[in-house]
Design a protein. Structure first.
Length: 170
């Protein structure tokens, strides 16, 4: 796999000029706080109208909508696990979020997709373990698929950036 298919940036995912951004949604898909709230705010009210028709989304699964007022053409909404100490299959569910999201990107022939740290905010998943899962699952997927061409991990703060940087070096 070409090395430059993975990238890390620090910043706000809602500003990115990519084909798709991933949302850390909740199972209702009807908005929430954190990155979900920021995405709905930036995408505008039509996003909620589209989400209302989707009938929610199961944990570990993903659904796709338009990007509406965002620069991104699509939003992939995935529902991460709430961290309960690691005894409730949280790592497997998080891995499934990345696989499901990447599969949707592949099916739509999306070239560039940006992920926030799914479950690493209010849902409490440890950031280092979450980043290992994010990078491993993405590498595994890209080895067998030419789409997406590029995956960007978006760190919202310096600590998260450093966590991704260390893992990507390995
Ligand atoms: P979850 O409920 O899945 O934990 P959160 O939205 O609370 O989702 O947090 C997920 C991650 O997204 C956290 O690491 C948080 O720092 C980060 N985040 C919050 N807002 C943004 C944003 N605008 N752009 C990128 N990342 C963000």
């Amino acid at each position: 796999m070409k090395k430059n298919r993975l990238e890390i940036i620090k910043g706000d995912i809602t500003n990115l000029n990519v084909d798709a951004i991933v949302n850390a949604a909740n199972s209702s898909l009807l908005g929430g706080g954190g990155v979900d709230g920021a995405i709905h705010k930036a995408a505008g009210p039509e996003l909620m109208e589209e989400c209302e028709k989707l009938n929610g989304c199961s944990m570990g699964d993903a659904k796709i909508t338009g990007g509406h007022s965002l620069k991104a053409k699509y939003i992939i909404h995935t529902v991460g696990p709430v961290w309960h100490g690691g005894y409730k299959d949280e790592p497997e569910v998080l891995a499934s979020c990345y696989q499901s999201s990447l599969k949707l990107a592949k099916d739509k022939k999306i070239k560039t997709v940006a992920f926030p740290g799914i479950s690493t905010g209010v849902y409490g998943f440890p950031k280092d373990l979450a980043a290992i899962i994010a990078v491993n699952e993405t590498r595994r997927f890209l080895l067998k698929s030419s789409y997406p061409e590029k995956v960007i991990f978006v760190a919202y703060d310096d600590d998260s950036f450093e966590v991704y940087r260390k893992i990507l070096k390995q």
